[in-house]
Design a protein around this ligand. Structure first.
Ligand SMILES: NC(=O)c1ccc[n+]([C@@H]2O[C@H](COP(=O)([O-])OP(=O)(O)OC[C@H]3O[C@@H](n4cnc5c(N)ncnc54)[C@H](OP(=O)(O)O)[C@@H]3O)[C@@H](O)[C@H]2O)c1
Length: 324
C-alpha cells in the first residue's frame, strides 16, 4: 500500500510517499481502508518532533481517519469487517490503510460522507470539551475565539452558537472572518493590525468576553487576558502562533478569572463516558443543522506536504482532508 512516511524530523518537504506492506492489527486493534484522513495542526508538530507524543522514526503521520474496517485483531468486540468507522489513530492515517485501537473507533451511521467523518471528531471534540465541559459556557455569555477560521476555531464558533452564546470571531484576514460570519459569528475582529484590546473593548461595550478560546497563543495571550470580563474563563488550547506565552499571575487575580487548560486527547482517554456524551450532543447538533463542518479542500497522498505547508502558512480555512 502507499503511505506518506516521515523518515527524519523536519518540515513537510522532507516527507516521502513509499510502498509499505499492509499493517496487521494486533490485539484490540482494527485495520481501516482510509477513505479520508483529516489534517490537524498536531500532524505538523509531530513530524518536527515538537509534539508531546514522539513516535519512533520512520512513521506515517495522520491522526484522524474515516473508512472501512478490513481486518480485525484478537479480542475486538463490536466492530466487524466492512463496518464504516471514524477513528483516531494518532499516527498512520496518511496511507491507503492504517491501524487504530478498537476503542478509538466510532461506527458511522449510513450516509455520513467519509470526508466529514474524518474531519469532525478531533476539532469538534476539542471545542466541545473546551466550551461545554471546561468553561461551562452558558447561553447569553460572550465568547471571543482566536484563530476563529481554523479547524478548532470554526468548530468553536458553531458550538458556541449552538449553546446560545454571542460569538466574537478573531482572525488574520477579512476573507477568514467572512467565513466565520457564514458559520454564525456575531462580531468580527481582524487582529492583523490595530489595537486588539481597543477592538475587544468596542465590541463588548467595555465589559470584555466571558470566555476566550485560544488555539493560537503567542503575543495575543496577554492583551486578550487583560481584556477578559470579571469571572472570565481563558481556555488554553494550543500554540499555533509558535510560542508558548507567559502571563503575570496578578491578571487572573484582578479579574477573578480562571486560566483553564484543555487537552482533549487526554480527556477522551481518562473520561470516555463524558467524551461519548459530548459526541452524542455534537451528533444531535449535526442532525439538526446547527453544526455545518466546512471541508475547504481535498488533497491526494502526494499532496500531503502541500497540505501541511498550507496549514503552517495559515492558508487553511475550516478543515482540510487527504483522500488517498
Ligand atoms: N488542546 C487540545 O486538546 C488540542 C486539540 C486539537 C488541536 N489543538 C491545537 O489547537 C491549535 C489549532 O489547531 P487546528 O488544527 O485548528 O489548526 P488550524 O486549522 O491550522 O488553525 C490554527 C489557526 O491559528 C492561527 N495562527 C496564528 N499564527 C499562526 C501560525 N504562525 N501558523 C499557523 N497558524 C497560525 C491561524 O489563524 P489566523 O491566520 O486567522 O491567525 C489558523 O487558522 C494547534 O495549536 C493545535 O495543536 C489542541
Amino acid at each position: 500500500m502507499r503511505a506518506v512516511q516521515c523518515q527524519q524530523w523536519g518540515g513537510p518537504e522532507l516527507l516521502q510517499v513509499v510502498d509499505l506492506a499492509l499493517p496487521e492489527p494486533g490485539p484490540g486493534q482494527v485495520r481501516i481502508k482510509v477513505a479520508a484522513a483529516s489534517v490537524n495542526f498536531p500532524d505538523l508538530l509531530i513530524i518536527q518532533n515538537k509534539y508531546q507524543m514522539q513516535p519512533p522514526l520512520p512513521f506515517t503521520p495522520g491522526a484522524e481517519v474515516a473508512g472501512e474496517i478490513t481486518a480485525v485483531g484478537e479480542g475486538v468486540e463490536g466492530l466487524k469487517l466492512g463496518m464504516q468507522v471514524a477513528a483516531l489513530c494518532m499516527v498512520g492515517g496518511f496511507a491507503e490503510e492504517c491501524l487504530a485501537a478498537a476503542a478509538a473507533c466510532m461506527p458511522l451511521p449510513p450516509g455520513v460522507p467519509a470526508t466529514l467523518a474524518a474531519a469532525f471528531v478531533l476539532a469538534y471534540g476539542t471545542s466541545w470539551h473546551a466550551l461545554r465541559d471546561r468553561a461551562e459556557l452558558k447561553a447569553g455569555e460572550t465568547v471571543l475565539i482566536l484563530g476563529a477560521a481554523g479547524g478548532v476555531g470554526l468548530a468553536a464558533v458553531e458550538i458556541a452558537k449552538a449553546i446560545g452564546a454571542t460569538v466574537i470571531a478573531a482572525a488574520s484576514s477579512d476573507e477568514k472572518l467572512a467565513v466565520c460570519r457564514e458559520h454564525g459569528a456575531d462580531h468580527m475582529i481582524n487582529y492583523s493590525d490595530g489595537d486588539l484590546r481597543a477592538k475587544i473593548k468596542a465590541v463588548t461595550a467595555g465589559k470584555g468576553p466571558d470566555v476566550v478560546v485560544d488555539p493560537v497563543g503567542g503575543s495575543f495571550a496577554e492583551p486578550v487576558f487583560r481584556s477578559i470580563a470579571w469571572r472570565g474563563r481563558y481556555l488554553v488550547i494550543g500554540f499555533a502562533g509558535g510560542s508558548v506565552p507567559s502571563l503575570p499571575l496578578n491578571l487572573p487575580l484582578l479579574k477573578g478569572a480562571s486560566l483553564v487548560g484543555v487537552f482533549w486527547g487526554e480527556f477522551a482517554k481518562r473520561e470516555p463516558k463524558q467524551n461519548a456524551a459530548g459526541m452524542v450532543e455534537l451528533m444531535d447538533w449535526v442532525a439538526s443543522g446547527k453544526l455545518r463542518p466546512l471541508i475547504s479542500r481535498q488533497y491526494s497522498l502526494n499532496e500531503v506536504p502541500q497540505a501541511l505547508t498550507d496549514m503552517g502558512e495559515r492558508r487553511v480555512v475550516g478543515k482540510i482532508v487527504v483522500v488517498p
